[in-house]
Design a protein around this ligand. Sequence first.
Ligand code: C2E
Ligand code: CA
Ligand code: CA
Length: 713
Amino acid sequence: MAERKADPTPWGGKPSREDNEVRFQKLFEEADAMSIQGYLPDGTVVYWNRASERIYGYTAAEALGSNLLDLIIPPELHEQTAAAVRAMFETGQGTPPSRLALKHKDGYRVPVYSSHTIVAVPGRSPVMFCMDADMSALDQAEAELRVAAAAFESQQGMLITDAAGVILRVNEAFTRATGYAAAEAVGKTPRLIRSDRQSPEFYRALWQDLRTAGFWQGEIWNQRKNGEVYADWVTISAVKDEQGRVTNYVGTQTDMTQRKNAEAKITRLAFFDPLTQLPNRRLMLDRLQRSVAANLRNHRAGALLFIDVDDFQTLNDTLGHDLGDVLLQQIAQRLSVIVHERDTAARLGGDEFVVLLEDLSSDLTEAAAAAKTVGDTILTSLSQVYHLQEQEYLGSVSLGITLFSKQESSVDELLKQADLALYEAKAAGRNTLRFFDLEMQAAVTRRAALTNGLREGLRRQQFKLFLQPQVNCDGTLVGAEAVVRWHCPIRGLVSPAEFIAVAEESGLILPLGHWVLETACALLATWATQPETAHLTLAVNVSARQFLQADFVDQVVATLDRFQTNPRRLKLELTESLLVDRLDEVIVTMSALKALGLGLALDDFGTGYSSLAYLRHLPLEQLKIDQSFVRDLPADHDSAAIARTIIVLGQTMGLRVLAEGVETQAQRDLLATLGCHYFQGYFFGEPMPTDAFLALTSAAKVDAACATAVPES
Ligand code: C2E
Ligand code: CA
Ligand code: CA
């Protein structure tokens, strides 16, 4: 590098005009924004002004005498630069100005706008002058602008106003959200998108914040061009100049509609029933809880109404679930019309609805009357005809009501009470309402105690089978009906009339029924070994719930097998309630039992849903005339007429007819005259322990008198 150093005096010779030269020299030296360098054809630096020192990092002392290529030309540009310099000196022409990235002493690149001029003075070595303007600051500013522009076109709506609030610019997102194009917004104020949901005070407070803090953020209801009002999350910042004066405001806005919608949807899902849009169980319980607390405080009574659709299952089974859903929706609509705003109609699930009446009255009687009025309105409204798509449907509901007031009752208790009252309403024949009262409560307590007692009794084998004789026309013992007895150590001997219903409700009828079946089969097996008893039949009562078990036939088969019982001696007594629904299933089971050889009797005939239509389809062997038609014989003509009809019906269908509850000779005689062949009742014997029954079998005739009254048939 040292050998390249040549004449270090750039300004050889005498200037023609001294003044100018001094001035130009000073200008060159001090031109602040412009790096000016001078080079000989071989690249030796002969001039290096102050700006060059700053821009490239070399002092004049370091630069002078050094070579251009070593100083500021990045290695990758060496060849190209050398060629360009050579060409310039050859032609005497500079190259057009261009942007270059040259090298700083510290190694980084300096962006410059560079122009080159060959200054040739006769008699002197030509010199190439380079004038480089430093572009770093400008580039930086441009880059910042680019970033700012990109940021401005972000997903958030943005607007910039002047100090007076007049819109200068809006971005694309603003246009997307509000519907106003930039041209429509610029020149207006943000009042353009104001809705009337915010009060003037709101805006006053906003401006107050902006003035004092220079910043505001919060939710604002804005209005789109199409009139739609929406929630905007807005931030506004004041932009100030060096003197602290506000020059602009920059506002950003985020449309909250989607988020609000999502939130609303989540709330709806959590607290409302999707099918009917009514509050769901959760929301209802919450309101009930609060209502109970409030009514305690203000000593006013409220009411809880449980509503259950009558025969909903049947509707679902016959018309399909879709129409079932439509019915539920229409019920919900009708309920919403009836129920006041401050009260709640909710859907608990399935076909159960609930109405919560709050703040009825401080007087309990008045509150009850008010609740009854609403209840009656509900009953009337919900029993009007429904239009389920094309179908007309006549539905009804049952209602259970409980009141709550001063005395502290838990939500759980209230639900139980209303449910109980509902149960009573159902039992009372549907399309009706019942209030919960203390007697009901007592009955429930009794029922619960009885259930526990029964469970205990089953475990401790406190049950016995009693047998009641069944005789034919000439008084010959043909068999017995087995009726169960409970020897409860606390209650004494309890009649099945008291506990069968409870056993059915609790499901205990299943183990109990099974025990009866086993005991009866075991008994028949021992009878089969003795000539006096081998021909006798034994009838057992079978509850609907027991009969409807999917494996009932299997249970019967297994039990018969176990005791090696002759199926022809076993009879099952079924009640008409069994035939109310699932008739097809019932017939299949009955047929299977009949195929096994069992006899099937229809118990309590005439009391139930007697439909003669179905009777033909049932594989029955016997009809039992209910005791209620026997009781008033022979005096009561209606009873006699019914008994006669049943007997004729049985005969035409080839069924044996047995009269139950025969207590007198006169009853027996009349029934026999009407054509009845079999009898059972206190006249022939009350239900008795098996031993007592065995004693009877040795007597030839149970009722000797009978023989004289046998009609010729
Ligand atoms: P049920 O099947 O109609 O049984 C006949 C009922 O009438 C018996 O009452 C019997 O004691 C009574 N009874 C018989 N003859 C006369 C009479 O001449 N006059 C009067 N007033 N009553 C008479 P019990 O034993 O109290 O049974 C009541 C009901 O309990 C039975 O009515 C039956 O439905 C049910 N039950 C009894 N045992 C069982 C059982 O093992 N399983 C099932 N599922 N139910 C049973
Ligand atoms: Ca019976
Ligand atoms: Ca009966």
